[in-house]
Design a protein around this ligand. Structure first.
Ligand SMILES: Cc1cc2nc3c(=O)[nH]c(=O)nc-3n(C[C@H](O)[C@H](O)[C@H](O)COP(=O)(O)OP(=O)(O)OC[C@H]3O[C@@H](n4cnc5c(N)ncnc54)[C@H](O)[C@@H]3O)c2cc1C
Length: 297
């Protein structure tokens, strides 16, 4: 069991890990895919780099600093986060279950919306970004999941026992990964999507039109591109959100005891300095929380 597990190895997650590890806690950092920092070509406005620094170099330095202190850093995509009856947490990451006393969400602010005509218009009217939150509304209905990786497979798994049918659309992406992840359980279509169409009578999604001219009827569309993001974890656990940003207090605490959020995932100023500050705060809050568990045990 880890004392603190941090989802995200960007400036928020790594900053949190430094404070938690220096308080002698057992700390795991999980990352998967590029965060914002690695995408930043050159950083000119962060303290201490008169010539600027590339996002990649700053990222690598941070990860190295954490590893040197004894933080375990693993490449594993977190697809699920659940709370256990004893108030600990279980993360599903890279197919493995990881137990932790406290969890920090530092996954950045990504919400990947595919550029498909009509999609935005039907958000909340048949287009959803959270299977576990909305599956209930699609009981015995025909739904599709758009995506081609582990997150898409996980979302399809949350829908399969509720919906009448679940199909996976990769929207032009190679379907071999999702095929092997789902073992032939779902019909998978890799045609490129050209448009989402609605039913003029109720204003809800009715079908998906493909570039090859074919059309597929659907009552619901679940978007599951890339990795599960901050809002996805939050919704599944009932963590309060403000739009796509996680709501935290000044100590980076969410409304669920033992879960903290920091950096771009909490919205506001989307800059490294704010991510580092919030990471430090979240790390210190998690230390206090884990120590309080030990005292009350
Ligand atoms: C092109 C560009 C240029 C920028 N330039 C500047 C600049 O000049 N100055 C400045 O201050 N800021 C700049 N920024 C913003 C800055 O990069 C971000 O504010 C900062 O990186 C946010 O840090 P973070 O730790 O919250 O998130 P991120 O850096 O986005 O890190 C998110 C982490 O979460 C991980 N992750 C996400 N989902 C999962 C999952 N499901 N499972 C496991 N891991 C997951 C990712 O692998 C990553 O490690 C720029 C951003 C971009 C995109």
């Amino acid at each position: 069991m880890f004392d603190v597990t941090i989802i995200g190895a960007g400036p928020a997650g790594i900053s949190a890990s430094l404070y938690a590890r220096r308080a002698n806690l057992n700390v795991l950092v999980l990352y998967h895919g590029e965060g914002s920092l690695e995408k930043a070509h050159k950083i000119d406005n962060y303290y201490g780099f008169p010539e600027g620094i590339t996002g990649r170099d700053l990222y690598d330095n941070g990860v190295l600093q954490a590893k040197n202190l004894g933080v375990e850093v693993r490449d594993a995509e977190v697809t699920h986060l659940t709370m256990n009856a004893d108030m600990t947490f279980t993360l599903t990451a890279g197919g493995e279950e990881i137990a932790s006393k406290a969890v920090l969400i530092a996954t950045g602010n990504k919400k990947l919306r595919p550029n498909i005509k009509g999609l935005k218009d039907f958000e909340g009217k048949g287009v959803s970004y959270c299977a576990i939150c909305d599956a209930f509304f699609y009981r015995k209905k025909n739904v599709v999941v758009i995506g081609s990786g582990k997150f898409a497979a996980s979302e399809a798994g949350d829908l399969v026992n509720v919906a009448a049918s679940v199909k996976i659309l990769t929207n032009g992406e190679d379907k071999s990964q999702i095929e092997s992840l789902t073992g032939g359980q779902y019909e998978i279509n890799s045609a490129k999507i050209s448009e989402i169409k609605g039913n003029p009578e109720n204003g809800r999604v009715s079908s998906i039109l493909f570039e090859d001219g074919t059309e597929l009827s659907a009552d619901g569309i679940f978007i599951a591109l890339g990795e599960a993001g901050a809002a996805d974890f939050a919704k599944k656990l009932g963590i309060f959100l403000n739009g796509d940003s996680i709501t935290v207090n000044e100590n980076m605490e969410t409304n669920i005891k033992g879960i903290y959020a920091c950096g771009n995932s909490t919205g506001g100023l989307l800059q490294i300095s704010k991510a580092v500050y919030e990471g430090a705060k979240a790390g210190l809050s998690a230390v206090e929380y884990v120590r309080s568990l030990a005292k009350n045990a």
